[in-house]
Design a protein around this ligand. Structure first.
Ligand SMILES: *[C@@H]1O[C@H](CO)[C@@H](O)[C@H](O)[C@H]1NC(C)=O
Ligand SMILES: *[C@@H]1O[C@H](CO)[C@@H](O)[C@H](O)[C@H]1NC(C)=O
Length: 458
């Protein structure tokens, strides 16, 4: 790219400026090609998103109340041009928190960073109301980010129920992060709830420690009328299996006055349940840590103030839609003495036209010639429907999506006729070594890049 830029730019310049321009451009291309600090990742999608205003989703969904959403065929217009395998890779956006955890010598401080990582992992969901494409059985995705220090592999290991397994490792061998997710979607009339069943396991290799947790439930409100908004709620319990320390975080449902909107709070406790520190913040913004006594004193005071306010407010009634409550204050109040653990990176200016993607998400479906020659043919970057949607070709995307789903159905029928079972390629089922629960474990050898007999799924 930078070579072609060099040529075209030079032709348009007058002669006396050529020498200088060459120098500048040479320097520029040198900088881009050889600076390890400046990896190329695209910063926008090839095409902005379509408006969804002309589509009546109600006409499609009215018949489906109470059904599991994976069984409902949705028009492609409500998707975002990413496979769920790519969407779950967004857990890795704040990998620096894992590297940091690994570098710390105190177990409590390590837990603080792991908690910040677990909270930050769901931050990319904020205002992302587009539905990712359901992965096809056998679909895979890989992502290598030298700049962030990790590589990740994922595979769709089951279709009904849809289960995605992933395995990420630090490039300097400091961690392994793996798990399997079964995003159980429920349609509740006005909202869609996604309960991400499955255990996350993070191993800090230098400390010989393993942490496990499950993600909070995500709910998209007002899918029929009103403004779409997203809420995450439920408890997330992170366990350090070596020390017995726990971090219990509560993702708050927004509540009647919206005061709790996006809030997360909880404690790190030792084996004997003694509180070691309090954590608080918003999953859309930041996470702080503070001394538990200071935190409780603040909460007590705050509760008193809220009760006074409540008695002076009127409760509004809304029949049509679940209005997103406006939070009393947009930002988190920082209790004196707190330490900042994580802060969200602002979204890029073009995000609103690009499905509210983060900079990290913009690059997920990027495909260049070099990559194309090494990735297996099951990689979701090669999925024609997602590619078409990304390019703004909605009708083609819709046709291709139907074709792929049909092909998947035919292949399944063929298998059942010949009584042959589907074999997963890179993962196998087994007990999680730390929790003992049923999980999907990496079988190895993916990065040898010796791909043969891969299924033809596209
Ligand atoms: C993006 O965020 C805005 C709010 O800032 C919201 O109105 C819009 O629906 C979101 N778009 C998508 C595709 O989620
Ligand atoms: C299913 O089987 C038929 C007949 O054996 C074959 O022609 C077709 O390619 C198969 N389809 C898939 C998707 O495996």
């Amino acid at each position: 790219y930078s070579h072609s830029l060099k040529k075209t730019a030079v032709v348009t310049l007058s002669r006396d400026k050529i020498t200088l321009s060459w120098l500048v451009l040479e320097y520029f291309s040198y900088f881009c090609f050889f600076s390890p600090l400046l990896p190329f990742h695209r910063t926008s999608l090839p095409s902005p998103m379509f408006s969804r205003n002309d589509f009546s989703i109600w006409s499609i969904l009215r018949k489906c109340i109470g059904m599991e959403l994976s069984k409902i065929t949705m028009p492609v217009i409500f998707n975002e041009p990413l496979s769920f395998l790519q969407r779950l890779t967004e857990y890795m956006e704040h990998t620096y928190l894992i590297h940091k955890a690994s570098s710390l010598s105190s177990t409590t401080e390590r837990m603080q960073c792991v908690a910040a990582f677990a909270v930050s992992a769901v931050a990319s969901q904020w205002e992302r109301t587009g539905k990712p494409f359901n992965p096809l059985l056998g679909e895979t995705y890989e992502l290598i980010r030298d700049d962030l220090g990790f590589r990740l592999l994922s595979e769709q290991v089951s279709h009904h129920p849809p289960i995605s397994a992933f395995y990420a490792e630090g490039l300097n061998n400091d961690f392994v992060f793996h798990g399997s997710i079964y995003p159980k979607l429920k349609f509740w009339g006005k909202s869609v709830e996604a309960e991400p069943k499955g255990t996350m396991t993070l191993e800090l290799l230098e400390h010989n420690e393993a942490y496990t947790w499950t993600n909070p439930t995500c709910c998209v409100h007002n899918i029929i009328v009103g403004k779409l908004w997203i809420e995450q709620y439920g408890n997330v319990e992170i366990t350090n299996h070596k020390t017995g320390e726990k971090c219990v975080l509560s993702f708050k449902p927004c509540g009647l006055f919206g005061k709790e909107l996006h809030k997360v709070e909880g404690y790190i406790q030792d084996k004997s349940k003694k509180k070691l520190c309090a954590l608080y913040g918003k999953w859309t913004e930041c996470l702080y840590s503070v001394d538990p006594a200071t935190f409780e004193a603040y909460k007590k005071n705050d509760k008193k103030n809220t009760e006074e306010k409540k008695s002076s407010k009127q409760v509004g009634n809304t029949e049509e839609s679940d209005e997103m409550p406006l939070p009393d204050s947009e930002s988190v109040y920082v209790i004196p003495g707190s330490v900042l653990l994580w802060k969200i990176t602002p979204r890029p200016p073009n995000s609103a036209q690009m499905y509210n993607f983060t900079s990290f998400a913009m690059a997920l479906n990027e495909l260049d010639k070099e990559m194309e020659s090494v990735i297996p043919k099951t990689d979701c970057r090669l999925r024609p429907d997602i590619r078409a949607m990304e390019n703004g070709e909605i009708d083609l995307a819709s046709e291709e999506k139907k074709r792929l789903e049909e092909k998947q159905r035919t292949a399944r029928k063929n298998r059942s006729k010949s009584e042959e079972d589907w074999k997963t390629r890179w993962f196998h089922q087994g007990p999680n070594p730390h929790t003992g629960t049923q999980d999907w474990l990496y079988s190895g050898n993916y990065w040898d890049r010796n791909y043969f007999n891969l299924p033809d799924i596209y």
